[in-house]
Write a protein that binds this ligand. Structure first.
Ligand code: B4P
Length: 190
């Protein structure tokens, strides 16, 4: 199985590149951001709780996103592999993911990080906020909070995969197709 973690700060292009990778490698896309937004759109109690946190730019509790991922893994038993997009975002989530995959006799193949500086992230997210309707993209203060959450809670997850020799990093600035080619060259060497 090919199980990839796509890593990077908010706006690094994880969602954008995931769409291209699922076509290329026939993987199932698991985006915790998309799953949470779908709960919000359906008006579930989980969605309503998550919305309060997401609108402030802070992370949703680990047990909520781990539960969602576990359900999705169970629902896709015959998959050739998965792209984890925006998950794991804390070390506790990374440990839980290893455990979940272990029970399915599988494992993460690689984490690939998209490197983008803070000014470019803010520019991209504000641009998207103009027509996405996402409240967390519309406000520069919320965007900075999301980047701060990333630096405090999510960046350490890279070390988790470095100690397993599964960490790769590529430049996330430039044309979308060039970044995709860099991703494929890492994946094709796994
Ligand atoms: P997410 O939905 O995961 O979103 P993201 O990090 O904002 O964006 P991504 O990196 O996917 O960027 P994209 O491709 O869209 O998270 C939202 C919130 O959900 C979090 O703040 C948190 O509250 C909650 N959450 C989600 N997962 C969680 C978890 N595991 N634990 C706890 N809480 C969780 O690209 C952004 C923009 O850049 C797009 O407009 C795109 O067109 C543009 N772009 C992409 N590549 C480009 C390029 N090369 N050049 C120029 N622009 C580019």
């Amino acid at each position: 199985m090919l199980n990839l973690v796509l890593f990077g700060p908010p706006g690094a292009g994880k969602g954008t590149q995931s769409q291209k990778l699922i076509d290329q490698y026939q993987l199932i896309h698991l985006s915790t951001g998309d799953l949470l937004r779908s709960e919000i759109a359906q008006g579930t109690s989980l969605g309503m709780e998550a919305k309060k946190l997401m609108d402030q730019g802070v992370l949703v509790p680990d047990e909520v996103v781990i539960g969602m991922i576990s359900n999705k893994l169970d629902a896709n038993k015959d998959a050739k592999g998965f792209i984890f997009d925006g998950f794991p975002r804390t070390v506790a989530q990374a440990e839980a993911l290893d455990h979940l995959l272990d029970t399915k006799k599988s494992a993460i193949s690689a984490m690939i990080a998209l490197e983008v500086n803070d000014d470019e992230l803010e520019r991209r997210l504000l641009l998207r906020g103009k027509d996405s309707g996402r409240p967390d993209d519309a406000n520069p203060e919320v965007i900075r909070k999301r980047i701060m959450e990333y630096n405090n809670k999510t960046a350490p997850v890279a070390n988790f995969y470095k100690t397993q020799n599964k960490f790769y990093s590529i430049a996330g600035i430039g044309a979308i197709d060039e970044i995709f080619a860099s991703l494929c060259s890492v994946i094709n060497q796994l």
